[in-house]
Design a protein around this ligand. Structure first.
Ligand code: GTQ
Ligand code: FE2
Length: 322
């Protein structure tokens, strides 16, 4: 606190002197802001971007040679949106990462307030244990790790296993309630082996549900769409989308932030005029309010992870065709 002198403030007779008092008192005149607080529509903050699995896999493989689980609890590569000033998030509220676990490795148990999910890309014989339930993870499966759930991963087969992690860590950073704790025993004792679980969405089930869809979703951004969970977790919605060869979606924008993971197929997504080509395993960041359109080359299925549930509950979800 500096020397506030009510009498001298009472005697201020010009704006320059008034403004010079503001900093001392940690106030700002709404009519005299250095940075605006309100603006007509969402800013173009985070950038549209695509991360290519072929490149990420090569980098992960190099990390696989150089980094073991003594060094890192998780061998994950965070997808940092290249917008200036950002050091972590993929889009405003979500972070995505590629993770590799090699045969015989164990990523020890921990839990945290951020919610997480995994989308399996490649490799057999990998397991996750979530709150004592041991579940195999197979390509195309989506596995949830809700806030506070204990979780560890292991690879027991001969394969290197690659998957995509998506977490709401940037949202937890914004709101502050970060808690993280390692499981004292390292791994959960006596896990229960299960194959069906509310936290495991199997690829074959997703395919069957997609095939049973008769109508295209109203927004038109896919030919068929299912939602995993309703929503999957309080902060993250998951939609599996099917788009045939030659499909061209309308161009739409939404206030929600999205991360697309390409499970199969190829094509391009034009985000705010930028053409992002993609194929199997690639990850596309579509930030809030950026108009986007999908154009498909080879029959595609992708998982859209978004923060829609947050926007819905706050009354901030809005989308439109442009
Ligand atoms: O596998 O538990 O990519 O806690 C980031 C944080 C993965 C995990 C990430 C995590 C994990
Ligand atoms: Fe974790």
């Amino acid at each position: 606190m500096t020397s506030f002198d009510a009498r001298s403030v009472a005697e201020i007779d010009n704006l320059d002197d008034l403004y010079s008092v503001f900093d001392d008192l940690s106030v700002e005149g709404g009519w005299y802001r250095r940075a605006p607080a309100l603006w007509p529509e969402p800013l173009r903050n985070f950038l549209p971007y695509v991360w290519r699995y072929a490149e990420m896999k090569a980098v992960l493989d190099a990390a696989g040679r150089l980094v073991d689980h003594e060094m890192a609890d998780r061998r994950n590569l965070t997808l940092t949106n290249p917008v200036e000033g950002n050091g972590y998030a993929t889009v405003r509220s979500l972070v995505a990462a590629y993770q590799l676990i090699r045969p015989g490795e164990v990523a020890p148990a921990h839990h945290h307030t951020p919610a997480a999910l995994r989308i399996i890309l490649e490799g057999r014989g990998t397991y996750t244990v979530v709150d004592g339930d041991r579940v195999e993870m197979r390509p195309g499966d989506v596995l949830l790790t809700p806030s506070w759930a204990w979780h560890e991963h292991s690879a027991v087969g001969p394969d290197d296993c690659y998957w995509v992690d998506i977490l709401d860590v940037p949202l937890v950073h914004l709101l502050e309630p970060m808690f993280f704790e390692k499981y004292p025993a390292g791994v959960q004792e006596d896990p229960r082996d299960i194959d069906t679980s509310p936290i495991a969405f199997r690829w074959e089930d997703s395919l069957a549900c997609l095939a049973a869809e008769t109508a295209a979703p109203e927004h038109g951004m896919a030919e068929r769409e299912i939602e995993l969970g309703s929503p999957a977790m309080p902060t993250i919605a998951l939609h599996v989308q099917e788009l045939g060869a030659g499909f061209e979606s309308p161009t739409r924008r939404t206030t929600a932030n999205s991360i697309f993971t390409v499970i199969e197929g190829s094509g391009e997504t034009i985000v705010d005029g930028e053409r992002l080509t993609w194929e199997r395993g690639d990850i596309i960041a579509v930030p809030a309010w950026r108009p986007y359109q999908h154009i498909v080359s080879e029959p595609a299925r992708m998982v859209r992870a978004s923060d829609e549930p947050v926007f819905s509950v706050l009354g901030l979800l809005r989308s439109e065709k442009v």
